[in-house]
Structure formats: structure tokens, C-alpha cells
Design a binder for this molecule. Structure first.
Ligand SMILES: Cc1cc2nc3c(=O)[nH]c(=O)nc-3n(C[C@H](O)[C@H](O)[C@H](O)COP(=O)(O)OP(=O)(O)OC[C@H]3O[C@@H](n4cnc5c(N)ncnc54)[C@H](O)[C@@H]3O)c2cc1C
Length: 394
């Protein structure tokens, strides 16, 4: 098979890789994108329930988790949500804000993939799928990459292979292998934005409430997220839990404010004054899902008329409602996680060009790096911003 020469070889045709490729192509660079999967942008297609939460208008560096919180600043400042929205509008893709600055396509995430592919075609970028990489070497003239489609020679190699979440969508640890091959450190990885599992009494007492949802404030390790929680047959999920999962590790305390925005102590005292004869489970069922209110009163709270709840019990009940100490046993892991925490250590990568500080011409972008966003469109914004930054220099 004939060797293919190009200026830039991008490994990974996901969000970051495609953005990098189209940006470099627009600068007149000869760009090849290769992906081992049978189609491009599989995670984009799956994202946001098929409508792709493609950015968050409130994106700031504070919405990212990394050993170096400063690393993401430069790229995020140079390619903003407004830049991506401008691209989306130019392609006449209708979108809406769901909540908290999260922008979704009105119709389908396929439109975002088509937009990126159309931009690549326009910029003369070649994209090959079903193209597994077998070996990468660096010669004096650049990178020699042996693939299922033959040999590629490229002056710049961009690693955009993403993280480990959802292996069935083509996720692999290949980017970490390339990083290690070229002397980079890879920080320990773990699943983020992922449902938590319960075991023991909490699992026994809550499992049959699977499907019950309620607004909570989830707190752990100094972080707090107010959003909904969903009880599942294995544990707990929902946006509040996915968010806090990125800050929680087994053994860490996890608290749920079951009456977010309300002072539980105040509320209980008001109930005692105004509805003294009502059972606690009855008044609780007016502010919580009925089945959960009942379960709380069966196991954790006094199951009696509120007038019979004495002062110490009232304070205890208020504390429990304001900070229910849930004992999670673990996470559902990469099978269902939206992101991978950890990854290629940013200490050895330039935050403005995304070039390796060890190997000239080698770049790492997107989720393969130790930068992970919160839930809500931040991860795509990171993919666009880091892809654009590298695409502007390769
Ligand atoms: C179910 C789901 C829903 C999500 N929803 C959202 C959302 O709505 N909003 C948001 O901001 N984020 C969302 N995310 C996170 C977001 O999808 C990722 O953070 C983002 O796609 C990362 O971009 P990336 O280009 O770095 O990696 P990816 O988009 O994962 O792309 C990596 C590419 O590399 C390819 N690849 C991997 N290994 C190899 C190899 N060995 N050889 C060749 N190619 C390889 C893969 O096939 C893939 O095409 C979601 C994630 C999941 C799993």
C-alpha cells in the first residue's frame, strides 16, 4: 500500500480531532484524520440524549477538573462558546437553551457531526474510518505511523483519542499508550460524571424506589451541586449525582440536602405549629416523593404525628433532611461514565499550542488530557477549544 504524506495526522475523529483538523485545513495544511471506529463522532451522536449539549454559555475555567486548574484557561479564552455558536448558526442548526446555559440542538446531534464533516471537506481534510493504528515512530522528518490503511508520514501528530468512557463507542486507552511511549506521564484515570452504586442497608432500603426522582443538593469534598437525583436499581444517578461523582471517591463522605433551598429546621417547626396532628410521613410527602417520604420514616425519621416529635428528635430529623449521609460503595465505571478523569499530565504539554514539551510536533487535545468538564456542555467546549488551539499551530 502506498505511503500517505501529510502535514498533520490527527488520530481520533471525535469532537477535538475534527475541530483541530478543520482549523488546520482552513490554514492550508494538508490534514489526514484517522479513526479505528466505523464512523466519526460517535460520542457526539450519542450525546445529550441524541441532541448534543454542544456548549455551555457560562463556561469558565472553574467548570473543569484537572491537577493543574490553570492549564485550560488559555484555550478556553481563545475559542469561546460564542465562537462555536457562530459556527452552529452559520450552518443553520436550530438550538435552544435547556437550563443553566446548556445549549442543545433542536433536532439532532447528527447535525453537529455533519457540520464538522462538511467543514473538514471544505478545508480539504481527508478522513478515514476503520483505520487502526499499529505502530508510531518518530524519525528525523516527522512521524511514521503504520495503520490498517498503510503507512502515513506526518510532520505533526495530534493525539485526539479521548478517554476510556463507554468502550462500546470506540473508547480505548490508546492515547495514554502513545503518551507513555514518548515519555509523558499519565495521571491515574477514573470514571467521572457517572452514576454511583450503593450496597448494604442503603441499597436494601432504597433499591425498590428505583425511578423516584427529586431535587437535591449533593455535597462532597467541599463541592455542592443542586439539581435532580434519580434512584436507580443499583444506586443513584441524575445530574446532581453525576456532577458530584467527579469529586467523590470510595470512602469519601457524601451528603444529600433533601430539601434544597429550604431550612429543614424551620420547616419542621412550622409543621409542628401548623399541622400538629399530621404524621411526619404525611407532611413530608408534600415536599418529597411519597414513597421516599414513607421510606425515610420507616428507617431514619420518627414515624409519628409531628406534635410528638421532641426537641432533640426534631433537631436530628432536620439535620438528616438537610444532610442525609448516603454511603455510596462505588461508581458504575467506564461503562456508563460520560468522562474520564485524569489522563495525560498537562505539566508536559503547552497550554497554548498543546504541543508536547518532550517531543516536538506531538500534540494532545481533548479528553485524553487531564482536563475534564462538569456536566452541561463543558466537555465539548473543551474539545472545541483545545482542538482549535492545536489546529491553529500544527
Ligand atoms: C453518552 C455520553 C454523552 C455525552 N454527552 C455530552 C454532552 O451532551 N455535552 C458534553 O459537553 N459532553 C458530553 N459527553 C462528553 C463528550 O462526549 C466528550 O468529552 C468528548 O467527546 C471528548 O472529545 P474527544 O474528541 O477528546 O474524544 P472523543 O469524542 O471520544 O473522540 C475520540 C475518538 O478517538 C477514536 N479512537 C479511540 N481510540 C482510537 C485508536 N486506538 N485508534 C484510532 N482512533 C481511536 C474514537 O473512536 C473516537 O472517535 C458525553 C459523553 C458520553 C459518553
Amino acid at each position: 500500500m502506498a505511503a500517505t504524506r501529510c502535514d498533520v495526522l490527527v488520530v481520533g475523529a471525535g469532537a477535538a480531532g475534527l475541530m483541530c483538523a478543520l482549523t488546520a485545513g482552513q490554514r492550508g495544511r494538508v490534514v489526514q484524520v484517522i479513526d479505528h471506529a466505523n464512523k466519526v463522532g460517535k460520542k457526539i451522536l450519542m450525546s445529550g440524549g441524541g441532541r448534543c449539549n454542544f456548549t455551555n454559555t457560562g463556561t469558565t475555567p472553574a467548570n473543569f477538573v484537572s491537577a493543574n486548574p490553570h492549564f485550560c484557561k488559555s484555550a478556553l479564552a481563545r475559542y469561546t462558546p460564542a465562537d462555536f455558536i457562530e459556527l452552529v448558526e452559520r450552518h443553520r442548526i436550530a438550538y435552544h437553551e435547556k437550563e443553566l446555559g446548556q445549549l442543545f440542538c433542536d433536532v439532532s446531534s447528527k447535525q453537529i457531526v455533519k457540520m464538522l464533516v462538511d467543514e473538514c471537506v471544505e478545508a480539504g481534510v481527508q478522513v478515514r474510518t476503520d483505520c487502526a493504528v499499529q505502530r508510531i515512530e518518530r524519525g528525523s522528518d516527522g512521524f511514521h505511523v503504520q495503520t490498517a490503511h498503510g503507512m502515513f508520514f506526518a510532520a505533526s501528530l495530534v493525539v485526539a483519542t479521548g478517554g476510556l468512557s463507554i468502550p462500546s463507542l470506540g473508547a480505548t486507552g490508546f492515547g495514554y499508550e502513545i503518551a507513555r511511549q514518548f515519555g509523558h506521564d499519565v495521571l491515574p484515570t477514573r470514571a467521572g460524571l457517572v452514576p454511583l452504586t450503593l450496597s448494604g442497608t442503603h441499597q436494601q432500603r432504597l433499591a425498590d424506589l428505583s425511578g423516584v426522582a427529586l431535587p437535591v443538593e449533593a455535597r462532597s469534598n467541599g463541592m455542592a451541586f443542586r439539581n435532580s437525583l434519580l434512584i436507580t436499581h443499583r444506586g443513584i444517578s441524575g445530574p446532581a449525582i453525576l456532577q458530584i461523582s467527579s469529586f467523590w471517591q470510595p470512602g469519601d463522605a457524601l451528603e444529600l440536602d433533601l430539601l434544597p433551598g429550604q431550612d429543614a429546621d424551620h420547616w419542621l417547626r412550622a409543621m409542628k405549629r401548623e399541622r400538629p396532628d399530621a404524621a411526619l410521613r404525611t407532611v413530608l410527602a408534600e415536599v418529597l416523593p411519597k414513597r421516599l417520604a414513607q421510606r425515610l420514616c420507616e428507617h431514619w425519621l420518627p414515624d409519628r404525628p409531628v406534635k410528638q416529635i421532641d426537641e432533640p428528635q426534631l433537631r436530628q430529623a432536620a439535620a438528616l433532611l438537610a444532610g442525609f449521609p448516603l454511603v455510596a460503595s462505588g461508581t458504575e465505571g467506564y461503562r456508563t461514565a460520560e468522562v474520564t478523569l485524569g489522563g495525560v499530565d498537562t505539566a508536559q504539554v503547552s497550554s497554548s499550542t498543546f504541543e508536547s514539551r518532550k517531543v516536538p510536533g506531538l500534540h494532545f487535545i481533548g479528553e485524553v488530557l487531564d482536563v475534564s468538564g462538569w456536566l452541561g456542555g463543558y466537555n465539548f467546549q473543551w474539545a472545541w477549544a483545545s482542538g482549535h488551539a492545536a489546529g491553529s499551530v500544527v
